[in-house]
Design a protein. Structure first.
Length: 118
């Protein structure tokens, strides 16, 4: 699969369309669309970095990331949680991550947690 297709899939998994994502990463949509059409290999390093940062991956992961994501099967409930999480401002996301980590720690100390979760 081409990198451009991988990027499109990753953007979709983030719950956004290409126009929304290009706005998020501060690349004009026409530029972003051109990059995907021509191939990411022709894009500037700065723009590739912006794309990867927006996707939450490293440039190195760009080649392997989509295969890992395709192996993960999410329930509709999990997908809904992810969509809601992504709508939160960054500071609220971090707060919820902290709460979840605390809950997992407390549950683990009680011996109620399955080791696969950890």
């Amino acid at each position: 699969m081409e990198r451009s297709e991988k990027i499109k899939k990753l953007v979709k998994k983030k719950g956004m369309n290409l126009k929304e994502f290009s706005k998020k990463i501060d690349i004009p949509y026409t530029t972003f669309h051109s990059m995907l059409s021509r191939g990411i290999g022709n894009a500037s390093v700065d723009n590739v970095i912006k794309i990867c940062q927006g996707l939450g991956i490293t440039v190195e992961e760009l080649n392997n990331r989509i295969n890992d994501l395709e192996k993960i099967e999410l329930t509709s409930r999990e997908k809904n949680l992810i969509k809601m999480y992504r709508k939160l401002p960054k500071e609220r996301q971090l707060a919820y991550i902290g709460r979840l980590e605390l809950e997992l720690e407390q549950t683990a100390t009680k011996g109620d947690i399955n080791e696969q979760v950890m």
